[in-house]
Structure formats: structure tokens, C-alpha cells
Design a protein around this ligand. Structure first.
Ligand code: F6R
Length: 240
């Protein structure tokens, strides 16, 4: 795992954004794995600016998002679908037909997982996967557990995640369940970029980097990936 540290959110957005832009520039039908939350916003701003400047086109790009809340309408302002259109898809020239999300309202979670795995495979696999990290070491919504998961599944979110994310919900209570890509789906990506900022992530980053590979810190598995870049600010890197 390659670790890079920067001072500002803008520098982090540029460093991570360049890896996505380069992937799209090099491969005609690139497949991007995308994340939501506060962390990716500067990266998405960089990607939108590069598109606006004519440096890159996302016309032939396909995307797969990591996760989506259950029991929340797709168009609700707090859905990850809405987040992606607000923060990235409405600002780049992507074809909305090429963006993929797990359906958090699917009646059959296993069938939904199978559908997503088949769609990723049909697209040729994920070329570059964006990840944030939870304070408890989660990646996507793979919460600390006694085993690593494989394909997508329905997860009961932990108290730590509910506490961290409920600040975004003002009209409805935050859902306690989500559909998430599994660890196997993430690890099959050709390249992985994990970004973390702020003191609240320092302990999770320390455990990920210095600890054993252990499903109690799901991000620790990334040490076994052949091409994983970790991009941090000084606070997130402070316990390394
Ligand atoms: C979001 C996701 C989560 C977040 C993580 C960090 O799609 O999969 O794992 O990356 O919870 O969230 P932020 O960036 O808001 O601190």
C-alpha cells in the first residue's frame, strides 16, 4: 500500500482526482467505483473541473457506487443516488444510463447482489475504486465483523456509523440498513484509492496500516491488494 500525505483538502482532491482522470484518459470505456460522504467531495470537484476544462470526457465511462441506504426513496435528498448527481454526475458529461447503484429497496437482497455482481463483470470489472474509511475501519458499509464478505449484501449499520451519518438527516430518521458492496467486490478492483481526512479517522488509519489483517478492521484487507494508494491529510496520518 502506497501512502501519500498532503496538507489541504484541495491538494488531496487533486492527487486522488488525477488518478481517476488518468484512468479515464487511458482507457476508452473505463469503469469507476465511486464512494459518497464528505471525503470524496474535493476529488469530485477536481474531476468536474478537469471535464469542464476539456481535459477528460466521461461520455464512455461506467460507474458503480459502493452502497445505498435501504428504506429510503431513491430520489430522497439523502440517498447516495442524489448525492452522486449533486456532487458529480450533474457536473460531468457522463451518460446517466451508465451509472449503477445498488437498489436499497430491493425486495430480495440476494437477487440484487447477484444482479450487481453480474453488471460489474459485464462491464469488464472495476478499473479504479474510490474508498473512504469509517471511524470504525469500515470500507463501503462493511462494518467490523468476524469474517470478510464477498459480494454485495444487506447490512445492519453499527451505532458508530449511525452516529457519524445521522447529522445529514433532518426530515426522516437515518436508515439503519444499507446495501453495500462486499470486500470481495472491492478487492477485485484493479486499482484502489482510499482517502481519509481529519483526526477522527487517525485511529482507523493506524489500525489499517499497522495492525494485522483482521475483519474487525475491514480496511486492513487493503494491505493485501497489489495496487492500493492511501491519500491522507496530516490529521488522519497523525498516528502513523
Ligand atoms: C460511502 C461509504 C463509506 C464512507 C465512510 C466515510 O459510500 O462507503 O464507507 O466512505 O463512511 O465517510 P465520510 O467520508 O463522510 O467520513
Amino acid at each position: 500500500m502506497k501512502i501519500l500525505t498532503f496538507k489541504t483538502a484541495e491538494e488531496i482532491g487533486e492527487a486522488a482526482g488525477k488518478l481517476f482522470v488518468e484512468t479515464v484518459q487511458k482507457k476508452d470505456k473505463a469503469v469507476l467505483g465511486l464512494a459518497t460522504g464528505a471525503t470524496p467531495v474535493p476529488t469530485y470537484t477536481y474531476m468536474a473541473k478537469a471535464c469542464d476544462a476539456g481535459e477528460v470526457s466521461f461520455k464512455n465511462v461506467t460507474t458503480f457506487n459502493l452502497d445505498e441506504y435501504c428504506d429510503l426513496p431513491k430520489e430522497h435528498k439523502n440517498s447516495y443516488y442524489s448525492f452522486m448527481f449533486e456532487n458529480l454526475f450533474s457536473k460531468i458529461d457522463i451518460d446517466p444510463a451508465n451509472v449503477n447503484f445498488l437498489n436499497g429497496n430491493a425486495a430480495d437482497a440476494q437477487a440484487e447482489s447477484d444482479r450487481y455482481a453480474a453488471a460489474i463483470e459485464a462491464a469488464g470489472g472495476i478499473d479504479i475504486q474510490f474508498l473512504g474509511i469509517g471511524r470504525n475501519g469500515h470500507i463501503a458499509f462493511n462494518e467490523p465483523s468476524d469474517r470478510f464478505t464477498n459480494n454485495a449484501f444487506k447490512v445492519h449499520l453499527t451505532e458508530s456509523t449511525i452516529e457519524a451519518n445521522s447529522i445529514y438527516f433532518d426530515d426522516v430518521p437515518m436508515p439503519h440498513y444499507a446495501m453495500t458492496m462486499g470486500i470481495g467486490s472491492i478487492m477485485r478492483s484493479k486499482k484502489i484509492v482510499l482517502v481519509a481526512t481529519g483526526k477522527a479517522k487517525a485511529e482507523a488509519i493506524r489500525t489499517m496500516v499497522k495492525g494485522e489483517i483482521d475483519p474487525q478492521c475491514p480496511a486492513s484487507i487493503l494491505k493485501a491488494h497489489p495496487d492500493c494508494t492511501v491519500i491522507l491529510d496530516e490529521d488522519a496520518a497523525s498516528l502513523l
